[in-house]
Design a protein around this ligand. Sequence first.
Ligand code: FES
Length: 125
Amino acid sequence: MLNGIPQPAFYIFKCQQSAPPGMPKPSCVSQNSPESQELFQHLSQSLMQKGIIATVQPIQTSCLNRCQQGPVMLVEPGHTMYVELTKEKVDKIIDEHIIGGNVVDEYVIAEEAWGEAIAPADMAR
Ligand code: FES
C-alpha cells in the first residue's frame, strides 16, 4: 500500500475526438484548426509551467457529446463544462478556476445545454 501520495485536486477531461476528413459533423479537434490540435498539449504545458501538474491531472477523452460547442473540456470535481476553448481561455481557466477557485462563468456551457444529471438509481431497471 502506498502512503502519503495525495490524490489530484482536479481532473481536467479534454475532448480529443477528431472527425474523419470530409465528415460534416463538428469535432473538438479539427483538421482545419491547428489551435484545436494543440490545445491538449497547451493545457498540459501550462499546468507544468505553473507547477501544478502534480495535483491537476489532464486527461484526453473521446467525445463528451457537446460537439457543436467544441473544443470542450470538463473540470472535475464540479461537473464544469467549458466550451469553445482557445489557448487563451484555457490559461484563464487555469488561473481563475483551478488556482483561484472561481469558475469562469463566461466560458461555461449554457444551462439549457447542460441540464441537471439524472441519478443512475432513477434510471436503473
Ligand atoms: S467531439 Fe468533442 S464533444 Fe463531441
